[in-house]
Design a protein around this ligand. Structure first.
Ligand code: S3P
Length: 426
């Protein structure tokens, strides 16, 4: 895909549903009794992988546009799949489903694409095994494919070495099938959609932000409900940065989830001098707002510590913002970037360097000396959707063509990304 400079960006964009919340709506709806209806569901490939896995376990799920109806069969209603569950490119599907499967009375194998087969699953195999689960990496390399056979589970208090909502959620979901209480304490609080949504389905779960601890007491049945998925702030991030770096731009980004465990991108961009206004805030349930962004002169900043889990998926596009900001931006405490859909430290460094940016990779982040004029060139997505979208945004403010190799992978989290971007580009 060849991307060119935009004159300016103007208009409104409605962001597709949140990926994390869409996954959970299908998972918890499948484990609940009765009908769960989901509106503004994200139809990206990752969430379709989750639907396909639960269909293979006997759950009736219909998808009509962005409307999903799940006919849940209760906590003990899943049936043994007749084939391997394919989680595609989705780490969330793989890790959360592993927690659920650990508590089932049947054996399953699950796998995913080449990227998933390289991502670390030891981080869930270890705590799930501590709960008594029989889960193993078939290739004995700590990665998928995984085999999970029936076991009796007991609650644990797990002190997670990483702030990861996928790890936390996997353990909590296994906890639904365990004897006794399950607690997960994280080094810093990761996104809390599991805690919020499980509670709304009827689970006895509490979350203490001060100690970054989630506590589940099993025993409650879950009941189907209606869910309206907010727009994904991780997807909105591309429009925020695009609006900021293309001079003369003004974009209204509608109905974006601004949960405080996800809003680090707003805080980081504001610290860089961004002109972003929150409008029409609605704080019932998962909080949402419209975001009005106007082009701004950005300056460098330091992004580190507790904010990192709240913007971990937005770091690639933040690095783009940093490249267009005056002065130095330092991103640290973000070693998790190395185990995402690609090694995002290495890939951002390689691609930004190819466009003339002064960027240095570090062990746990990157240092970007911004303000230097970038030029066109070739970049590679490495089949990582967030890398492709980040460079599509960078291209809007660069003289010369940016050629993105592997641009189609945006389908994972934002199938209509390029047409949405084109709709506001002049
Ligand atoms: C997610 C958690 C994050 C995030 C991923 C979605 C989730 O991963 O990067 O895109 O839905 O729980 P980690 O939990 O590994 O940080």
């Amino acid at each position: 895909m060849i991307m060119n400079k935009a004159k300016r960006l103007r208009g409104e964009v409605t962001i597709p549903g949140d990926k994390s919340i869409s996954h959970r709506s299908v998972m918890f709806g499948s484990l609940a009794k009765g009908i769960t209806e989901v509106d503004h569901f994200l139809t990206g490939a990752d969430c379709l992988s989750t639907i396909s896995c639960f269909k293979k376990m006997g759950i009736d799920i219909t998808l009509d546009g962005e409307h999903v109806v799940i006919n849940g069969k209760g906590l003990h209603g899943l049936s043994a799949p007749t084939e391997t569950l394919d989680c595609g490119n989705s780490g969330t599907t793989t890790r959360l489903i592993s927690g659920i499967l650990s508590g089932q009375p049947f054996t399953t194998t699950l796998t995913g694409d080449a990227s998933i087969q390289k991502r670390p699953m030891g981080r869930i195999i270890k705590p799930l095994s501590m709960m008594g689960a029989n889960i193993r990496s078939i290739g004995d390399n700590g990665c998928a494919p995984l085999e999970i056979t029936p076991a009796k589970l007991s609650g644990i208090h797990y002190e997670s070495p990483v702030a990861s909502a996928q790890v936390k959620s996997s353990i909590i979901l296994a906890g639904l099938y365990a004897d006794g209480i399950t607690k997960v304490t994280e080094p810093t609080l990761s996104r809390n959609h599991t805690e919020i949504m499980l509670k709304s389905f009827g689970a006895d779960i509490s979350s203490d932000a001060a100690t970054a601890t989630a506590t589940l007491t099993p025993g409650n049945e879950l009941f189907g409900r209606k869910i309206v998925v907010p727009g994904d702030i991780s997807s909105a991030a591309y429009f925020l940065v695009a609006g900021l770096i293309v001079p003369g731009s003004e974009i209204l980004i509608k109905n974006v989830g601004i949960n405080e465990t996800r809003d680090g991108i707003l805080r980081a961009l504001l610290a860089m001098g961004a002109d972003i206004t929150l409008l029409n805030e609605d704080r019932k349930g998962e909080p949402v707002a419209d975001l009005l962004v106007k082009s701004s002169s950005l300056h460098g900043t330091v992004i580190e510590g507790d904010i990192i889990p709240t913007l971990i998926d937005e770091i690639p596009v933040l690095a783009i913002a940093a490249a267009f900001a005056e002065g130095e931006t330092v991103i640290k405490d973000a070693a998790e970037l190395k185990v995402k859909e690609s090694d995002r430290i290495a890939v951002m460094t390689e691609n930004l360097t190819a466009l003339g940016c002064d960027i240095t990779a570090t062990d746990d982040g990157m240092i970007i000396k911004g303000g230097k004029e970038l030029h066109g060139g070739k970049v590679k997505s490495y089949d990582d959707h967030r890398i492709a979208m980040s460079f599509a945004v960078a291209a809007l403010s660069i003289d010369g063509e940016v050629d993105i190799d592997g641009a189609d992978c945006v389908n994972i989290s934002y199938p209509c990304f390029y047409s949405d971007l084109a709709s506001i580009s002049e």
